[in-house]
Design a protein around this ligand. Structure first.
Ligand code: ADP
Length: 540
């Protein structure tokens, strides 16, 4: 008993341990993954800062700055000429590509708030907005020759302007020169900036990580995409960085989204991005729990079996005691010469005979059971005609009956030759008859029959007893299983009779079952193969 609880405790303990280890393993993987994700985001941040720096250099130093300088120089020399279109602005050969960044050039006079543009029809909304914004800021224009960037949403469209003082030494500032940025060209300038080399520092991953492992998207305002490289990665471990006021807000309204391909994580982080092992771990945990459950159930069955066995020992002792007491009592009475009439003496001898036969049968059952438990049953198979064999067995059984009130009737429709072990047949038939008598009423007719079915021979014992509930019909064939007819029943038994029957029948290649009897009781059926080639021979 204690051992059972101890083992169950050990099993449950190991289950808890496995559960704990599972959760630890899961935690380890999760925290490694979080670290790896954080590293990927940090590197994305690094690459995005490099991108911002590079783009601003490209656009600022190779674009806006030379363009402003060239326009200022031209303006100084041609203060009264109409503003030329960007393409006509004289510029050094290598600086000339900057001209494509300008949609038009303009000149602003803060004194009378007049605007002059190279665009023939700038549109009233644009020039009004430009005049208003330039008028507000002309007084604070930087006087070091640098330029100022201005973003304005006009008629639902984001537009970008760059202006600078026409003459940095003018005091207070009054004249401005500038241009509107052609935002559709900006994308190719960004592309050129990206193309100048890997955005990730070459020291990482031995310089093997190029920009093809990077997703990059540059948007203006809410959702106007200026430039895009690759496809957004899933899962997303990236950053979103507005250019904001870096470099005096040159690209203020522009935002960059950048992420590193999770596939290259192993090159950046030792162990890469570990995949979640949770399903596997839960699977293992489930299997262990299942195994432990099976072990505990098995243990419980084992325990129940041990109890049944110990009950069995006391049941057998009890069964032995009753006939032994009778034998001793009548033997003593005879020895002391206390029998009054020769008839009494004969009856006493008959009882002694009957009880000792019962004893033998009981002992034979126990021995047979033990032999089948050890699998040491030896059958001596011989061809026998069935009918005379059964008649013989009934004759052997009759003396075991208490009184003449139960009658055993044989109904042999057929008499095939069967190949059987005679002792085994005795055990089988006697056990079934004994049960029919024991569990049936005191006055009844027990029928023993044999008939042919499906090319096999069926022996059956049919009684007038209570029958067997359907739920118990399988169970009763198992060793030690007894079904008390009613709780207070005085009917005793060892619980091995039917298991011996089933075992012996199976060793003959047959099967056993119980069904409803034809007269209200139970019908126990033993189905045997018909032995020998001359199987169907009839009795003479
Ligand atoms: P035992 O008779 O020693 O209990 P058995 O293995 O012979 O053991 O039978 C198992 C159980 O099957 C019995 O306890 C009894 O409940 C039930 N049983 C057997 N034969 C009959 C029968 N003819 N009628 C009703 N119940 C029976």
């Amino acid at each position: 008993m204690r051992r059972f609880y101890l083992i169950a405790l050990l099993l449950i303990g190991s289950l808890l341990l496995v559960g704990f280890l599972t959760s630890q393993a899961h935690y380890a993987v999760t925290s490694h993954r979080q670290t790896a994700e954080a590293v990927l985001r940090d590197y994305a941040d690094l690459a995005s800062s490099e991108f911002v720096r590079r783009t601003l250099t490209e656009v600022g130093y190779y674009g806006y700055y030379p363009l402003t300088t060239a326009f200022r120089a031209w303006n100084r020399e041609n203060p009264d000429a109409p503003v030329v279109p960007p393409a006509d602005l004289p510029m050094e050969e290598e600086r000339a590509p900057a001209r494509e960044l300008a949609r038009h050039l303009f000149r602003f006079d803060g004194g009378d708030a007049s605007l002059e543009s190279s665009a023939p029809n700038l549109g009233a909304a644009v020039s009004q907005e430009l005049v208003r914004r330039l008028g507000q800021s002309v007084a604070e224009a930087p006087n070091d020759g640098s330029y100022v960037s201005l973003f304005a949403e006009i008629d639902g469209e984001m537009r970008s302007f760059v202006y600078s003082m026409a003459n940095p030494s003018e005091e207070p500032p009054r004249h401005l020169i500038g241009f509107e940025v052609d935002l559709s060209i900006l994308g190719s300038w960004i592309e050129r900036a990206v193309g100048r080399g890997p955005l990730l520092p070459p020291a990482l991953a031995d310089g093997e990580l190029g920009n093809d492992s990077i997703f990059l998207e540059v948007t203006l305002g809410e959702d106007d995409t200026l430039f895009r490289m690759g496809e957004p990665y899933e899962p997303w471990f990236g950053v979103e960085q507005p250019f904001g006021d870096s470099y005096r807000g040159v690209l203020e309204e522009i935002t960059v989204r950048l992420a590193i391909d999770p596939e290259v994580a192993p090159q950046l982080v030792i162990g890469g991005l570990p995949r979640s092992r949770l399903p596997l771990l839960l699977g293992v945990l489930g299997v262990v729990a299942g195994l432990i459950l099976i072990a505990i159930l098995q243990l419980r069955r084992e325990r129940a079996l041990i109890k049944l066995r110990s009950d069995f020992v006391s049941r057998v002792s009890h069964e032995l005691r009753t006939p032994l007491t009778q034998i001793r009592m009548f033997a003593e009475t005879l020895l002391l010469g206390r029998m009054r009439t020769p008839g009494d003496s004969r009856r006493a001898l008959e009882i002694i005979d009957r009880e000792s036969r019962r004893l033998s049968h009981l002992v034979e059952n126990v021995l047979q059971f033990s032999r089948s438990e050890h699998d040491s049953v030896q059958l001596a198979l011989e061809p026998r005609l069935l009918a005379p064999l059964l008649e013989e067995l009934v004759d052997e059984f009759n003396p075991l009956l208490d009184s003449g009130e139960v009658s055993i009737v044989t109904r042999l429709d057929d008499n095939p030759r069967v190949t059987v072990d005679e002792d085994a047949m005795r055990q089988i038939v006697l056990n079934l008859l004994e049960n029919a008598v024991k569990y049936g009423p005191p006055r009844q007719e027990v029928q023993l029959g044999a008939s042919r079915a499906n090319g096999r021979i069926q022996l059956w014992v049919d009684d007038e007893g209570p029958g067997i509930r359907t739920a118990d019909r399988e169970r009763i064939w198992e060793p030690f299983q007894r079904v008390a007819p009613d709780p207070g029943s005085a009917l005793t038994g060892t619980g091995i009779g039917l298991s011996v029957v089933r075992d012996l029948v199976a060793r003959h290649g047959g099967t056993t079952w119980v069904e409803d009897g034809r007269r209200g009781g139970a019908r126990f059926v033993v189905e045997l193969p018909i032995g020998g080639a001359e199987g169907a021979e009839a009795a003479g």
